[in-house]
Design a protein around this ligand. Structure first.
Ligand code: ZN
Length: 133
């Protein structure tokens, strides 16, 4: 893994949270994007080298909806940049980690992504991401 790419925060209302985090960071999100496959609406803030992703459920099928029902708003996942996502997925699977998707899927912000089951990572949902070139 190369570095932390972003930290994802589950929010109930993206518009309200964009306002709140804009005040916190003293800057606006550089993009908002709906990810159909995940049933989420997202926004991204660039803070120096790091990014913060806010995620709002677009419907009740969304993993963010289920997360907030169970745990409330808060940190949802940590995403790491990888050089080659398929190589990294194979490596981690061989190490005994459970992949939530067997093939990389299209995530937000021009990335191929794969999630690891939090049961195998001390309760932390890990996202691997590789920039789509
Ligand atoms: Zn993410």
């Amino acid at each position: 893994m190369i570095k932390i790419e972003h930290i994802g925060i589950a929010v109930k209302n993206l518009e309200n949270s964009n306002e709140l985090f804009s005040k916190l960071f003293n800057k606006l999100p550089y993009k908002t994007e709906i990810v159909e496959s995940e049933n989420v609406n997202t926004s991204f803030f660039q803070i120096g080298e790091n990014k913060i992703e806010l995620l709002e459920a677009t419907n009740e099928l969304s993993p963010i909806y289920k997360f907030i029902e169970k745990k409330g708003e808060g940190i949802h996942h940590i995403a790491f940049d990888v050089e080659n996502i398929e190589t990294e997925m194979k490596r981690l699977e061989n190490e005994g980690f459970v992949l939530l998707n067997q093939t990389p899927k299209k995530g937000a912000d021009n990335k191929l992504v794969c999630f690891l089951h939090p049961k195998g990572t001390n309760g932390v949902l890990i996202e691997l991401c590789q920039e789509i070139k």
